[in-house]
Design a protein around this ligand. Sequence first.
Ligand code: AMP
Ligand code: MG
Length: 325
Amino acid sequence: MNKIILLISVFIFSASSLALSAEWVVRDAKIMGTTIHTEVWHEDITIAQQAAELVLKTMDEVNQSMSPYLESSELSLVNRDASSKVIQISSELFSVINQSLAYSVKTAGAFDITYASVGYLYNYRKSIRPNQTQLEEQLTGVNFRFIDLNKSDQTIHYKHKGVRIDLGGIAKGYAVDLAVERAKKLGIEHISVTAGGDTRILGDRLGRPWVIGIRHPMNKDKVIAKIPLVNEALSTSGDYERYFDEDGVRYHHIIDPKTGDSARTVRSVTILGPKAIDTDALSTSVFVMGSIKGLQLLESLDKIEGIIVDKNGNLLFSSGLQNLD
Ligand code: AMP
Ligand code: MG
């Protein structure tokens, strides 16, 4: 694939003299229940510092609005009231929910933010999961078609009682894109922003590509692939992020909306593409769909590539990445 040849050829460039003329600004923080990492470069280091602060502020802002754990978030308000009334929501929340619904259609329901109607019964830190009765009861609330969005007056309404939504499969990607767009407006041309498993990269690392390692799902000290990236987003979803094991079965945070149970046909999925909102939603989607349907979906999408580690530890690449190693 042209993209890969292009990316590899970038390796051949030596570090430009620019690399010596200013320092990279690096910031880490814990926001959105995950680790945020950003690296920014600008000739004027004060602009790079401003951009790094803006990245963290953006992450915090999105968290305040879309976190299911904050009672004060707009998302929590919607979950409390949208079954009983029609609610007007912010354009940001409307847009993220709207894009989530588009992915539900594209993935035949594998990506479904109403998974949370049953998903809220899991607590991975405390090894808690629903019993069969609870699961069957709450599963009746899982169906993206229960979400009624009205574009003209920017409202939302749930057409069923007991529906909850959670944007954990898409909001980090959205936030990462927003942070990069805001940094761009400050004049930044070289930046990486990572929120947990979701990364967006603008420009290169001054003459070299950014190199992102994908960890082995069964061994956190092993890297399965190192991918050189320039102007790209990358998301990984794995069953090792939030989970507990019980009687040899892993209960983790990616839920198959059909069953209300964790999806178990693959161990990790990495998606590459232009925007993190898409790579984020797709890494979660392909995890649920499994390798055969997941790869079919990836092949049908323009500028999107992926790597799947199946349950036997086999690596599967979409066609554009097959010559990567
Ligand atoms: P990610 O962090 O992208 O790997 O996605 C996992 C997160 O997506 C979970 O922590 C949930 O918040 C959310 N999620 C889990 N299952 C689904 C699903 N079937 N559709 C949409 N979101 C999901
Ligand atoms: Mg994802």
